[in-house]
Write a protein that binds this ligand. Structure first.
Ligand SMILES: NC(=O)c1ccc[n+]([C@@H]2O[C@H](COP(=O)([O-])OP(=O)(O)OC[C@H]3O[C@@H](n4cnc5c(N)ncnc54)[C@H](OP(=O)(O)O)[C@@H]3O)[C@@H](O)[C@H]2O)c1
Length: 278
């Protein structure tokens, strides 16, 4: 018996990092999952892992910045699996940098992905959760420790995560009477593919500090990190970064609580890399 048998979940940004780990973890507890992301091959790989473990997954190649595609992901979950109980608004991007020399297209992508798409995801999830009999469900919004400071992840990114927390606080009050619970999970530095937007020089130096040769290992701007390198860094530098599984566990904790328990916020940091934001 899984702890989430009978529940159905949607995860945005399920092709990589925290969303990928969360999809696998929720499915391992018995929830059929609908996962959206931009990379079809990566989504198929996640679905393959889930089905091999005896779980159920559907994938949709989509861009969360398109309102209709977010609605279609929720609709696909309801149509294939019958209902929606858990919505994890996880897709996000970061372009670290200052405001004084910032680029509008990077600000727009962060605001549209981290804030607007999350709002649309909340609205679409509420629509589906209100249709449950009885109505209800859990919305988990992936924020960041950057919601608590303007740290090292960039001011505009940090502003988007402050917005995620404010939206989640307001929404919690708005939907509690419909038996919908809202949680924000705030990860600290987590070793995923999130840093791929950083300039190559920054990636090369970071890889070097962690004992990796960026050229040999394939640490490249715009690309996913090599899985073997991620495993080695987590093993050889414990506590410097969280793993994506650490955050998936935080999501699992929130959504497994009985209806009498509302988890508002979970903030998780790596024990050594305390100052690392994300
Ligand atoms: N890693 C950290 O240190 C850290 C710390 C705090 C908070 N977070 C938050 O955690 C969440 C997940 O990030 P991650 O660390 O797992 O990074 P990641 O490995 O880069 O994964 C990000 C996911 O979001 C998806 N995505 C981005 N833009 C999208 C779009 N326009 N449409 C659809 N999907 C989109 C990506 O899809 P594709 O790969 O298919 O493009 C990917 O699946 C983000 O909200 C991030 O802000 C991360």
């Amino acid at each position: 018996m899984g702890k989430l048998d009978g529940k159905v979940a949607v995860i945005t940004g399920g092709s990589s990092g925290i969303g990928r780990a969360t999809a696998i973890a929720l499915a391992a507890e018995g929830a059929p999952v609908a996962i959206g992301g931009r990379k079809a091959a990566a989504l198929e790989e996640v679905a393959g892992i889930i089905t091999k473990q005896g779980g159920k997954a559907l994938t949709q190649t989509m861009d969360v910045r398109d309102e209709t595609q977010v609605a279609a992901l929720v609709d696909a979950a309801v149509s294939d699996f019958g209902r929606l109980d858990i919505m994890v608004n996880n897709a996000g991007v970061s372009y670290p940098g200052n405001i004084s020399d910032g680029k509008v297209e990077e600000w727009r992508e962060m605001l549209e992905t981290n804030v607007l798409a999350l709002l649309i995801g909340c609205r679409e999830a509420i629509r589906a959760m209100r249709a449950n009999d009885p109505p209800g469900g859990s919305i988990v919004n992936i924020s960041s420790v950057a919601a608590r400071s303007t740290g090292d992840s960039g001011q505009v990114y940090s502003a988007t995560k402050h917005a995620v927390n404010a939206i989640s606080d307001g929404l919690r009050q708005e939907v509690h009477s419909a038996n919908i619970r809202v949680t924000v999970v705030m990860p600290g530095g987590t070793l995923t593919n999130f840093g791929r937007t950083m300039p190559q020089e920054v990636l090369t130096n970071a890889a070097k500090a962690l004992g990796l040769d960026a050229d040999e290992e394939g640490v490249k701007h715009g690309e996913y990190l090599p899985a073997a390198g991620v495993e080695r860094v987590l093993r050889d530098h414990p506590g410097v970064f969280l793993s994506a599984d650490d955050i998936a566990n935080a999501v699992l904790y929130a959504v497994q609580q009985p209806p009498s328990v509302q988890v508002d916020e979970v903030l998780v940091r790596p024990s050594v890399g305390m100052s690392l934001g994300g």
